[in-house]
Each structure stands twice: as structure tokens, then as C-alpha cells.
Design a protein around this ligand. Structure first.
Ligand code: NAD
Ligand code: DEZ
Length: 382
């Protein structure tokens, strides 16, 4: 059996090597020709899987994407051709939540505020938004949650978008990208000029998909000084980036919120499990056997800092999003080819581990409970 695989899937040889012949290549370079005679295709979000890619292919039986988002895959086209499809729901959700918490702890400290005192609106309360809500709620933040599809399905504790926009200090976007015809609540340009113009003085963080925000409208509002403060991990039109937008963000990163080692590797593992189930093979590899030990064995905190200070220090030791923002700005200063910059930074992304991988010993019960709430592996007995 032959699988065509995006080379940016960690541990793909370890998982699939003994089950199939692998043809590794850059995800952006995969063509219909490469798929001739292949049994399976494993991609990330940068490969558009549609009628043009599948053309007259008669050999493909399985397509998998090692990502949460599936907007790059034409699933009805796969279904029409009887090709099995698998994605990796939730694989990097904790990585995105770590990214959001680390970014917000930085932001509020810059503003002389406390995260605990903020009212945070979460739009899209699925794997990412739901886990973010659980951590922030345990930490003590006031939350407003918006998710119309879940409201229709009977979930409680949700508010409408108007109420959220009105009251939240910080708005975090975690919806999929859907268009009219695909969903009764499409998210394409959900944050259009009308919505964005209500956000002046607030903070907007988008770690969902770029086109949920109307980027041209956002640029117009920035010009008028009427835009929210921006923390953006995703952009409309990726891989192309608008350097002027990036310059005006408090934090801009090249779609790496989900790029923890655990998050990316879980995506490969989930596809491996789906492939084994599809082909009737036995699962004989698992991620804990492959992941390296964390570089820090145990972190001991000093007694003399507040719970929020402790959380900020530990979060930024584990992962500092400002470094990703700095790398993007530096690279764009030296190159006009924003797509190449975007692709290179993501390809060479440094190893980053999730909060939960870091054992921390707190100096007080208050520190311990704050750290635990935000997702760290606290080793104290309290
Ligand atoms: N930046 C990154 O690195 C990164 C990483 C992972 C996922 N993502 C993106 O984040 C999205 C969400 O991930 P997830 O794992 O939480 O997905 P999910 O499917 O578990 O949850 C998405 C939630 O959004 C809700 N939703 C749909 N339409 C909505 C609307 N119009 N308004 C409000 N809510 C709406 C859904 O009902 C669902 O509860 C993914 O689809 C992906 O595009 C980005
Ligand atoms: O949807 C996802 O899982 C994320 O957006 C993921 O991090 C995208 O990474 P990519 O496939 O673009 O490497």
C-alpha cells in the first residue's frame, strides 16, 4: 500500500512505516499526478483536497487530515467517490488553549490588570473554546459563551453574540470556517465591519480561522483608529500575510497556536488509529512511547509571588508567544515574500511542550490552585 504524506506530520514514519510505503512531500506541492496509484493521502491544512486534486483518480481509498479544521477538504467530493475521510478532532485543542492563556497573561500584565478580573467572551465553545472556558472558569474569570449551533441543540449557559460583544473585555474566536450552504450558522466574515466596529477599546483574539474576520474591514477600522486591540494567529488569505496588519497587532503569529509537539503528534496518531481501523490492522504504536521527556524535570516556585505572577512566570517559561510574534516580524522585515516566510516559520517551528507536561511545585496553596486551574501538572499534595 502506498500513502502520499505531508512531510510536516511528526512521527509519521514511526506510526505508518511498517504498514505502508510512504511518499513524503511538502503539503503545498502535492498534485493529482502524485496521487495516481496511491491508496491513501495524509495532509495538513495547507493541502486543498478537492475535485481538482482528485481529478480522475481511481486508486485513493482513504484521505486523512492531521488537523482539527476541515475547511480545506471537500468532504462531499470524497463521499461521492466513496473515499473514506478521517480528521483529528481535538488533537491540538490544549495547545491552542495554552497559547491563549499565555498570550492573555502577557497582555493583562502589560496593561497593569489581572486576568482574573477580566470578562472574557468565547465565540465557538467546542473542543478549543470549551477547554478554554473550563480553565478560565476554574481560574476565576467571568465568562460569556456564544455558540448558536450548541444553543439550538439544547446546551445551556450560552448567550447571544450581541450580549457577548456588549459586555466582554476580551473576545476569543474559536469557530470553524463555514460558508452559507454548509451550515445554518456560517462563520465566514461573521466578524464583519458592523461587528468589528463595536469592538473599539476591547481585545480581539482570533485562533480559529482567518476568514471568520473580514480582514479588509478590519484594516479600514485600524486606519480610522476604531479597531480593537488585536492578537491574531490566523489571517484571511494565508499563506499570504498583510505586513501592515501584522505591524498593527499587539501579537501576530503565523498560525501556530496548535503547534505544540503533543498537539501535532496527536494529529498523526489519530490518523494512524483511523487508518488501522479502516484497513483492519492492529494498532501497535502509541504516542507516549514516542514523545521525548520534557527538558525541565520539576519546577519549584518562589514563595514571594502572587498566584497570577506565578502563573505568568510558569506559563512563559513553558511557552512565550511573543517569541513567535517577534520571529514573524523579523522575518517579514527581511523578506517581501510573506507566503515563504509563513511556510518557513511553520516548517522550522521549535519544539514546544504543553502546560500539562510540566510538573510544577507551588510555594503556597493559592499558587497551586491557580496553576492547576490553568492546566499545569501541580505536584503538591494540597
Ligand atoms: N490556530 C490554530 O492553530 C488552530 C488550531 C486548532 C483549531 N483551529 C480552528 O479552530 C476551530 C475550532 O476548533 P474546535 O476543536 O473547538 O472545533 P469544534 O468543532 O470542537 O468546535 C467548534 C464550535 O464552534 C461552534 N460554532 C459553529 N458555528 C458557529 C457560529 N456561527 N457562531 C458561534 N459558534 C459556532 C460549533 O457549534 C462548535 O461548538 C477549528 O475548526 C479550526 O478551524 C485553529
Ligand atoms: O485545524 C487545525 O488543527 C490547526 O489549524 C492546525 O494547527 C493547522 O496546522 P497546519 O495543518 O496548517 O500545519
Amino acid at each position: 500500500m502506498r500513502l502520499v504524506v505531508d512531510e510536516n506530520l511528526p512521527y509519521v514514519r514511526e506510526f505508518f512505516g511498517r504498514h505502508a510505503e510512504l511518499q513524503l512531500m511538502p503539503g503545498t506541492a502535492i498534485t493529482a499526478r502524485d496521487l495516481e496509484g496511491a491508496d491513501g493521502l495524509l495532509v495538513r491544512s495547507v493541502t486543498r483536497v478537492d475535485a481538482a486534486l482528485l481529478q480522475n483518480n481511481t486508486s485513493l481509498r482513504f484521505v486523512g487530515t492531521a488537523t482539527i479544521g476541515t475547511d480545506h477538504v471537500d468532504q462531499s467530493c470524497l463521499a461521492e467517490r466513496g473515499i473514506h475521510f478521517a480528521s483529528a478532532p481535538g488533537c491540538n485543542a490544549d495547545s491552542v488553549v495554552d497559547y491563549v492563556i499565555s498570550s492573555l497573561l502577557w497582555l493583562v500584565a502589560e496593561q497593569g490588570l489581572q486576568l482574573r478580573d477580566q470578562c472574557i467572551g468565547i465565540v465557538g465553545v467546542g473542543q478549543v473554546g470549551g477547554r478554554l472556558a473550563r480553565r478560565l472558569q476554574a481560574y476565576g474569570c467571568q465568562l460569556l459563551l456564544n455558540d448558536p449551533p450548541r444553543a439550538v441543540a439544547g446546551d445551556t449557559g450560552l448567550v447571544d453574540l450581541d450580549a457577548l460583544l456588549e459586555a466582554a473585555d476580551i473576545i476569543c474566536l474559536h469557530t470553524p470556517l463555514t460558508r452559507a450552504g454548509e451550515s445554518s450558522q456560517p462563520t465566514f466574515h461573521l466578524f464583519d465591519e458592523g461587528v468589528l466596529s463595536r469592538l473599539a477599546g476591547k481585545v480581539l483574539l482570533n485562533a480559529g480561522r482567518g476568514a471568520v474576520v473580514d480582514q479588509q474591514a478590519l484594516l479600514r477600522l485600524l486606519q480610522q483608529g476604531q479597531a480593537p486591540a488585536l492578537l491574531l494567529d490566523v489571517f484571511e488569505g494565508e499563506p499570504l500575510l498583510d505586513a501592515s496588519l501584522i505591524d498593527q497587532c499587539l501579537l501576530a503569529t503565523p498560525h501556530i497556536a496548535g503547534y505544540s509537539l503533543e498537539g501535532k503528534s496527536r494529529g498523526t496518531e489519530m490518523l494512524y488509529q483511523a487508518w488501522c481501523a479502516f484497513t483492519g490492522q492492529t494498532v501497535c504504536q502509541s504516542l507516549p512511547q514516542l514523545l521525548p521527556a520534557v527538558a525541565i524535570d520539576q519546577l519549584h516556585l518562589d514563595v514571594a509571588c502572587s498566584p497570577e505572577e506565578a502563573c505568568r512566570r510558569v506559563a512563559h517559561l513553558c511557552y512565550q508567544p511573543l517569541m513567535d510574534g517577534w520571529r514573524l516580524r523579523q522575518a517579514l522585515k527581511h523578506s517581501k515574500d510573506s507566503a515563504a516566510v509563513y511556510q518557513q516559520l511553520r516548517k522550522d517551528y521549535p519544539v514546544r511542550r504543553e502546560f500539562a507536561s510540566l510538573p510544577v511545585k507551588a510555594a503556597s496553596e493559592q499558587q497551586a490552585s491557580a496553576l492547576r486551574a490553568l492546566g499545569f501538572a501541580v505536584t503538591n499534595e494540597w
